[in-house]
Design a protein around this ligand. Structure first.
Ligand SMILES: O=P(O)(O)OC[C@H]1O[C@](O)(CO)[C@@H](O)[C@@H]1O
Length: 457
């Protein structure tokens, strides 16, 4: 059950009148060919990651050491955590951490991707530092959230009188940053994040691979899927290239006012892929200036929703609210487990039809129902079909979206690999938290904040 499929049917006229026409796609045929050629020529960092054995090898080389721990705790944020969460949720049982050691056969995996003290404490309560490996992940080695959580972990290690080099693993830039410096000084093991791969494109580097390996996920098959997808995408014909067609349709519809992209998996295990996608699409595509330096303020807001849960929360809006969303369903054909609904109360018609049916059938029928309703309401939507959840198919999915993001960036004529818009907020935090060198900014910020006309009720 290897190989995901892309169903674009409901993005096209006349199936959905607000969709695109074949002629509109053909108008961009040559441009797309050039864009794909350029991507393969320019080789943005993510492109060859699945062809670089160094990344899987560097992680598998330390498998025995990592697997001896009771718990592995990831400390990172954004691209240094979202892929890890998506992989664990998709490829391990949803109750993985609460399974017995014998059932799991590998360490528990926790991901601390925030500095909410209630959240951090709740995870620290579940681990014993003596049997824990803390994997600090930060490309820059300066991110306040990852660094403060490192300091907390380090405090625990020191308090317990443990040897830091036996309980810490840093995943960071090969040359720069404070983590690299500490690692050299204190002989702490490190894994490299390739310099030319940005955080949100780094799930298939040691950033995502270490925790995946710790959780016994088949990282080789993850790579096989990504590699095979790269081969599929090395096709200059937009009609045969799912990543290019996906980007192009999102681009054309974006220009017509479809400013939001909803990803709606009908599977709890696939749900966090939508979280990973949100960062990828938002940080890559949401830009103030284009490559010529002109102010363009482009972007498409990625939203996550879960089927069937959000049918009872969001779908009213999707069907009847502003027609500005493209919905991408993730459909799972074969669930690993299933439950037959018992035939009880068969004298009550409102319950009788459910008896004897599988939950998987109900869930996928609900997807069909939502899809049908969206079409009836003239709302463009598409579907990515997973025959099953396995590392190969997830690898395909991740790579397809990385490539699609690169194509979308080219269509919008922006740089999809930077994120200047997150800098100001980070700097203000440094300033207000008293970081050296930010004194002037701190006084400017405090002045502006105090001069504000307050409206607090
Ligand atoms: O790995 P780092 O450098 O700690 O960065 C974490 C995240 O912060 C950002 O730089 C900005 O939010 C993301 O692009 C990145 O994934």
């Amino acid at each position: 059950m290897k190989g995901i499929k892309f169903d674009f049917t409901n993005l096209f006229k006349p199936n959905v009148n607000s969709g695109v026409t074949e002629a509109e796609i053909d108008d961009y045929k040559e441009e797309i060919t050039k864009i794909i050629e350029n991507i393969f020529e320019e080789k943005p960092g993510f492109l060859d990651v699945p062809f670089t054995r160094k990344w899987t090898d560097s992680v598998l080389d330390i498998k025995n050491w990592v697997q001896k721990f009771e718990s592995v705790v990831i400390l990172g944020i954004g691209g240094s955590a979202l892929g890890n969460q998506a992989l664990q949720t998709a490829l391990n049982p949803l109750n993985y951490n609460s399974m017995s050691k014998e059932e799991r056969k590998s360490p528990k995996v926790f991901i601390i991707d925030n500095v909410d003290p209630d959240f951090v404490s709740s995870i620290l309560d579940q681990i014993n530092p003596k049997t824990t490996l803390f994997n600090v992940i930060s490309k820059s080695g300066t991110t306040a959230e990852a660094m403060s959580n490192y300091l907390i972990a380090r405090g625990l290690i020191d308090t317990y009188g443990l040897n830091p080099s036996k309980h810490l693993l840093f995943t960071t830039d090969p040359e720069n940053g404070v983590l690299r410096k500490i690692a050299i000084e204190e002989d702490i093991r490190t894994l490299e994040i390739p310099q030319n791969v940005g955080g949100r494109f780094s799930v298939l580097t040691p950033v995502g691979l270490l925790s995946a390996m710790a959780g016994n996920i088949d990282i080789i098959d993850l790579f096989n899927g990504a590699r095979d997808m790269q081969k599929i995408l090395n096709n200059k014909n937009v009609w045969e290239n799912p990543a290019a067609l996906n980007a192009l349709i999102h681009f054309i519809l974006n220009k017509k006012g479809f400013s939001m992209s909803v990803m709606m998996p009908y599977s709890n295990r696939l749900y966090l892929l939508a979280d990973w996608y949100r960062q990828l699409w938002a940080e890559s595509i949401g830009k103030k200036v284009n490559l010529k330096g002109e102010v363009v303020n482009v972007g498409q807001t990625p939203i996550k929703a879960l089927g069937a849960t959000d049918q009872h929360s969001q779908v009213q809006l999707y069907n009847e609210g502003p027609n500005d969303k493209i919905i991408t369903f993730l459909k799972l054909e074969n669930f690993e487990r299933d439950i037959t609904i018992p035939s009880i109360h068969s004298d009550i018609e409102a319950l009788k039809y459910l008896g004897g049916k599988k939950l998987s059938e109900l869930l996928n029928t609900e997807l069909t129902g939502t899809e049908y309703a969206l079409v009836e309401h003239n709302r463009p939507n598409m579907k990515i079909i997973f025959p099953a959840i396995n590392a190969y198919n997830i690898g395909q999915f991740l790579f397809m979206y990385e490539f699609s993001t690169a194509v979308m960036g080219s269509l919008l004529e922006i740089n999809p690999y930077d994120q200047p818009g997150v800098e100001l907020g980070k700097k203000v935090t440094y300033a207000l938290m008293g970081r050296k060198g930010y004194e002037e900014m701190a006084s400017d910020v405090n002045k502006k904040l105090s001069e504000k006309k307050k409206v607090i009720i």
